[in-house]
Design a protein around this ligand. Structure first.
Ligand code: HEM
Length: 439
């Protein structure tokens, strides 16, 4: 853990001791998020961010209660997505949203493929579920092969940098295989992935806003991403294969009774890349730390593999990769736990805090392999807009740990770990140097 005095000298966030110290978005704040959640739960579970609202003159609010967030994500009329409003504005402006300078392809594709909440479900069922939703179980053997390939690169060494040599490449290789992205261009996939998530890492405040010069450099990367993907889609149309991009070139999408355009497919690939790489990386990196730190859990799961699923769910509950998102607004005046939240406010949904809400969970901070209904955590959100890649991520986690539990007898920390996290809104440890005994 980082020490507090050095932080005082550099002006970075310090470990909060009272509500006045809490700032979830300050530089260095990720080191102390969980200390901050305890304070927010005790004193301010609906926490005002003055002047940070969606409409001018309104405020933002951090929601920490499980009950509040679960209610918000289940009601799309009262709590629309700001993205959905931008889609509506794009539509009203007319013209071709794909031609806007620096178009976010995912957002642009939303204008035609799911302009309203009814079409969200169909979009998911027909376009992404077969590959990364419930249909993701088809990827099990491939994911296991990827995990084995990665582990075999370092298993004889007795030490590993777990993030760079396992947690990060695994979802990259899996996503490449699913999409039909050439494995020799894996570095490009990472480069484009880093470009898509840039605001979540280098953005500031609860809205993850990038400085102007960073926006420009992001647009350049996204343009390259778009061009590369465009060529790949054309290639798949010429030479179909058994992969998601080929599928998207062939499928007829029922609400619009036609096949998808190249631009629309490009938007879906963008969504897979922004959602499907780093999130699972962070889940795996947190899980190995919990295995090392929570005494007895590794052996218990190793000896009884039927407990592995409970472990991965508890780990995602205790250490949510996506800690929070400012992803809903209020369309009317609301009251949460006695706090008035006017229409036009921005809601920052703090999934990670809700996951340890003492009113929702017994022994909220304990990792319990016998927890009832453990999957009600909010790590993937809930409701109609629940993460469409949740099944794939679960398949990846289960396959990864099945391979690791087979091949490794025990992990421990090597010397020299700082446990430093990347900036932004994700719980992302930068490196993890581990030693292990081979099974
Ligand atoms: C542990 C891993 C993951 C976590 C923690 C995670 C978390 C989330 C969360 C919290 C949301 C927001 C839902 C909302 O606003 O209500 C989301 C949306 C999304 N996720 Fe995931 N996710 C993960 C893995 C994946 C994977 C593997 C994929 C793709 C294969 C993916 C694709 C997406 C997409 C495309 C969206 C946006 C939904 C939309 O706007 O249509 N995610 N995810």
């Amino acid at each position: 853990m980082p020490d507090e005095t050095s932080n005082q000298e550099t002006g970075r966030a310090q470990c909060p001791h009272s509500l006045g110290d809490v700032d979830l978005f300050a530089p260095g704040a990720p080191e102390y998020w969980y200390e901050a959640y305890d304070i927010l739960h005790a004193e301010s579970p609906v926490h005002r961010l003055p002047g940070e609202g969606f409409a001018p003159g309104t405020d933002g609010f951090i929601l920490c209660k499980h009950e509040d967030i679960a209610a918000v994500v289940r009601d799309q009329d009262r709590f629309p997505l700001p993205g959905a409003m931008m889609v509506e504005q794009l539509k009203q402006r007319g013209g071709d949203p794909f031609e806007i300078e620096g178009a976010n392809m995912m957002m642009a594709a939303m204008t035609t493929l799911r302009p309203n909440p009814e079409m969200w479900r169909t979009h998911r069922q027909e376009l992404t579920d077969p590959w990364v939703g419930p249909g993701a179980t088809r990827n099990q053997a491939m994911v296991t092969a990827v995990a084995n390939e990665l582990v075999d690169r370092w298993i004889e060494r007795g030490s590993v940098e777990f993030v760079g040599e396992f947690a990060q490449p695994l979802p990259q290789m899996v996503m490449a295989n699913i999409l039909g992205w050439p494995l020799q261009d894996l570095k490009l996939l990472k480069y484009f992935g880093d470009g898509t998530v840039k605001p979540f890492v280098y953005g500031s405040g609860h809205r993850s806003i990038l400085p102007e010069e960073e926006v420009r450099s992001q647009i350049e990367v996204l343009n390259e991403f778009r061009e590369y993907t465009d060529n790949l889609i054309k290639e798949k149309r010429r030479t179909p294969a058994d992969d998601m991009i080929t599928f998207l070139t062939e499928v007829e999408y029922s609400p619009i009774e036609r096949k998808l355009t190249d631009n629309e497919i490009n938007g879906i690939v963008y969504a897979m890349v922004i959602g499907g790489l780093e999130t699972t990386q962070y889940a795996l990196a947190e899980q190995v730390q919990l295995f090392i730190e929570r005494a007895g859990v590794w052996d218990e799961v190793r000896n009884d593999r039927s407990k592995l699923r409970a472990f991965t769910e508890e780990a995602m509950r205790l250490r949510a990769p996506t800690q929070g998102l400012s992803t809903r607004i209020t369309s009317q005046d609301e009251v949460f736990h006695g706090v008035e939240v006017p229409a036009g406010s921005f809601l920052h949904l703090r999934w990670a805090a809700a996951n340890i809400d003492p009113d929702e969970w017994d022994e909220a901070q304990a990792l319990r392999l016998d927890r009832k209904a453990g999957t009600r955590h909010l790590t993937f959100s809930q409701g109609a807009r629940v993460c469409p890649g949740a099944t794939l991520s679960r398949v990846e986690q289960m396959a990864a740990w099945t391979v690791l539990l087979d091949k490794v007898a025990a992990f421990r920390y090597a010397e020299g770990n700082t446990f430093k996290h990347q900036p932004g809104i994700m719980l992302a440890v930068e490196e993890l140097h581990l030693e292990f005994d081979k099974a």
